[in-house]
Design a protein around this ligand. Structure first.
Ligand SMILES: *Cc1c(COP(=O)(O)O)cnc(C)c1O
Length: 438
């Protein structure tokens, strides 16, 4: 495969930006080699700077649930551009997006739009602290909530891949009030509340973890978190930046039937433009300025282009939400079955984990059978993953460049495309193992 232009453009980028990128997840740190420079997207495909086509399972790390350049999203964006791109004043479109989200996400009565998932989580924990008058926040190992100072403690995602769980530049004071607990271990969360409960402002959790690969929370774990926060007067914050509008119309909270106090959103809510949001019970949200005293602002928040793309995306989902999520789930299951069978046939020790439109194939460490927390994830065979990743790239399939990033499906991925993907996975396994499979 000719990647001459990619290599040239990326070597220029290295002189212009740290590591040649504007976000570390793109730097191929987990697989080595040169990142592929993308030129355009169309449906379930990406095309690189040399014109090579890839089936895209990254989908901009989650947002593009309708695939690239969905006609209705494009039309909404074009119409918005024609009216002006930013006013710094209230617009009707903000009401519309807020109404859609409130109608879809069970816990949200009032919402505030921001510009990224990071802003959403940062604001939500500030609100939890302002509302409860307490300082401590509980966070889970391997969960990622963006690059919020106080949450960059043993974070997953790029931080884990880069082996830099703690970032220089963050003061000890900033993280002193963050308590880290292993994921999916309800008894350990209980122990923490027995000791610190009355001083804990809130728990922030990915109800479906997607930043150590796809690791759904267990129902028992999430129920325990709901009970503990209720018993101790702390707030439960579901970080649904990734799981929101992806595992169900109302996100993981609908899927599990557990209603948090606050919810953070991002990714899909912007339909490919930079948007985040946080919301919850009106009584809590009214602690936010200008009604309340918890400060939070944004020059471009509720931006007309971003709201247009978000409204268009959610509106397509709402045309027939049941069949929308059934289809995504069915396609994801089809891919999961294909990956599982391929791993078995080629005698590769793996766990394929999926929920809604999220899926990961983990190349397990010897002692593991499934990944349900970060310790087990960290034992995965990252060298095998790197080989697998590059074999697929050669065959025109773009998987995330890290064992610890989730793959996503969109409505644009057809059954034929998924069959083609499975075939290329089998070819890759054959080349890596030297086995024939059967
Ligand atoms: C992506 C992500 C974030 C951060 O969102 P950005 O828009 O990258 O700042 C926060 N939480 C979760 C669960 C995410 O997946």
């Amino acid at each position: 495969m000719n990647q001459t232009n990619s290599k040239r453009i990326f070597s220029e980028a290295l002189k212009l930006m740290p590591g040649g990128v504007n976000s570390p997840a793109r730097a191929f740190g987990g697989v080595g080699g040169t990142p592929i420079v993308m030129d355009r997207g169309e449906g379930c495909f990406l095309f690189d700077a040399d014109g090579n086509r890839y089936i895209d399972y990254v989908l901009s790390w989650g947002p593009m649930i309708l695939g690239h350049q969905h006609p209705k999203v494009n039309a909404a964006l074009n119409a918005a551009v024609a009216r002006g791109t930013s006013f710094g004043a209230p617009t009707l479109a903000e009401n519309r997006l807020a109404e859609l989200v409130i109608s879809m996400v069970p816990s949200i009565e009032k919402i505030r739009l921001v510009n990224s998932g990071t802003e959403a989580t940062m604001s939500a924990i500030r609100l939890a602290r302002g509302y409860t008058g307490r300082d401590r926040i509980v966070k889970f190992i391997g969960n990622y909530h963006g690059h919020v100072d106080s949450l960059l403690v043993a974070a997953g995602s790029a931080a884990a891949t880069l082996g830099a769980p703690n970032s220089p530049g963050i003061t000890r004071g900033t993280t002193a009030d963050t308590i880290l607990v292993p994921y999916n271990r309800p008894e350990l969360a209980e122990a923490v509340f027995h000791e610190f409960g009355p001083t804990i402002a809130g728990i922030i959790v990915e109800p479906v973890a997607g930043n150590m690969g796809c690791v759904p929370g267990t129902s028992e774990f999430l129920k325990t978190l709901r009970k503990l926060t209720k018993d101790y007067g702390s707030l439960l914050i579901f970080d649904e930046v990734m799981s929101g509008f992806r595992v169900a119309k109302g996100g993981a909270q609908e899927y599990y039937g557990i209603i948090p106090d606050l919810t953070t959103l991002g990714k899909i809510i912007g339909g490919g433009l930079p948007v985040g949001a946080y919301g919850g019970r009106a009584e809590i949200m009214d602690y936010v300025i200008p009604v309340g005293k918890v400060y939070q602002a944004g020059t471009l928040s509720g931006n007309p282009l971003a709201t247009a793309a978000g409204i268009a995306t959610l509106s397509v989902i709402l045309e027939d939400p049941r069949s929308f999520y059934d289809q995504i789930e069915q396609k994801t299951t089809m891919l999961a079955n294909g990956l599982e069978k391929a791993a078995k046939d080629f005698k590769i020790h793996a766990s394929v984990q999926h929920i809604g439109g999220m899926i990961t194939i983990f190349f397990l460490g010897n002692e593991d059978t499934r990944i349900d927390h970060w310790d087990a994830a960290s034992r995965c065979n990252k060298d095998l993953f790197a080989k697998f990743f590059w074999k697929l790239i050669e065959k025109g399939v773009y998987f995330p460049c890290s064992q610890f990033e989730t793959m996503f499906l969109s409505t644009a991925h057809t059954e034929e495309i998924i069959e083609e993907t499975i075939e290329k996975v089998r070819e890759s396994f054959a080349e890596i193992t030297g086995r024939t499979g059967f």
